[in-house]
Design a protein around this ligand. Structure first.
Ligand code: NAD
Length: 330
């Protein structure tokens, strides 16, 4: 039996499967005590020591070298989600700590939110909703998505499902990725292009790349300058991929038409992220991409199973650092 702590808001609570799987596997799950919120590095370290923790379930919390040192070797960090930018994987690998994640679990949820945001920003649905709730009866002129050009940045798991959902909607699709997929290239109405062409020609640009040192603020002044004033940006990947200060400038001067944003450089948004969220031509959502009952169930199940498998000596299905598994001598 090992002690597991969940730092993730939704693991084992909203949908109890994660807790059930861990308990069935013989492990004990601790939830984050209310008085530890907001969390920081020191509080996480205190909790690891206090409850003698051997496995951490992580949401968006930053998992630093000091936290990993406190956890120690031959232990596990299980990400309740797909993006690994908040975990120092290199340091975990050096310290023989296994990191797992749930890369397939929320693909449909994020792709569906993306499609919803494209139509919401095109038709100003949230603006019309707020206006009526305020007792007004106003006209909201929108745009059709039909016959427009959609630019998809990142054609990995989520990007390609967005693409599938858009095909059949009468749109042209431009895609950009560092890896070109033959399967995607062969699709009708889809063309790989460079970023310059994608930003110049697209009516909607949607981002689906991970946050890495190469993608950090990869969308900035140069890209926004290429966009048509009538174009929209949708970001359900990571806030840090976009230069929010520059985006704020372009949106507030109406140099681009609008943006729908689920992810923020700082979460919850502060400073420039908060100013961006308040703009009239921005639809902000609080990082809800993965928040469907189905995705949270799959994420909870896979995350808990990775911990159970690990302590049973079985290879977890989704390893972020498979080298550690080899080093552990399995
Ligand atoms: P994925 O790894 O399957 O796909 C990412 C794609 O980005 C790959 O095709 C890769 O080649 C491409 N890429 C990487 N670096 C690039 C670069 N410098 N330039 C161009 N392309 C590059 O990941 P995925 O499952 O599609 O998820 C994408 C991202 O979505 C995740 O990393 C995560 O940050 C984000 N996400 C957000 C939510 C949410 O709640 N909003 C939920 C899940 C995932």
């Amino acid at each position: 039996m090992v002690n597991v702590i969940s730092l993730a808001r939704s693991f084992g609570k909203l949908v109890p499967v994660g807790k059930e799987v861990l308990e069935k596997g013989g492990h004990k799950l601790f939830f984050l005590p209310e008085d530890y919120i907001p969390l920081d590095e020191n509080k996480i370290i205190t909790l690891l020591k206090k409850f003698d923790i051997e496995a951490i379930v992580v949401g968006a919390e930053k998992i630093t070298p000091d936290i990993l040192d406190t956890l120690g070797p031959h232990k596990i960090v299980a990400k309740h989600g797909a993006g690994l930018d908040n975990i120092d994987i290199k340091y975990a690998t050096k310290g023989n700590i296994v990191v797992t994640f749930t890369p397939e679990a929320n693909v449909q949820a994020v792709a569906e939110l993306t499609i919803g945001l494209i139509f919401s920003i095109a038709r100003k649905i949230p603006m019309a909703y707020s206006s009526m709730k305020n007792g007004d009866w106003k006209c909201f002129m929108g745009k059709e998505v039909y016959r427009k050009t959609i630019g998809i940045i990142g054609t990995g798991k989520i990007g390609r499902v967005v693409l599938q959902k858009l095909s059949g909607m009468g749109v042209a699709i431009l895609v950009y990725d560092i890896v070109v997929s033959k399967e995607i290239s062969s699709l009708p109405n889809v063309r790989y292009v460079d970023l310059e062409e994608l930003f110049t020609c697209s009516d909607f640009v949607t981002i689906h790349v991970p946050l890495t040192k190469d993608t950090h603020r990869m969308i900035g002044e140069k890209e926004f300058k290429l966009m048509k004033p009538s174009s929209f940006l949708i970001n359900t990947s990571r806030g840090g991929v976009v230069d929010e200060t520059i985006l704020f400038k372009f949106l507030s001067l109406n140099k681009i038409a609008g943006a729908a944003i689920d992810v923020w450089e700082n979460e919850p948004p502060k400073s420039i992220s908060a100013k961006l969220a308040k703009l009239e031509n921005v639809i902000p959502t609080p990082h809800i991409g993965a928040y469907t009952e189905e995705a949270i169930y799959r994420m909870g199940y896979q995350c808990a199973m990775s911990i159970v498998d690990f302590f049973d000596g079985k290879r977890p299905e989704y390893l972020a650092n498979p080298d550690v598994w080899k080093n552990l001598g399995y």
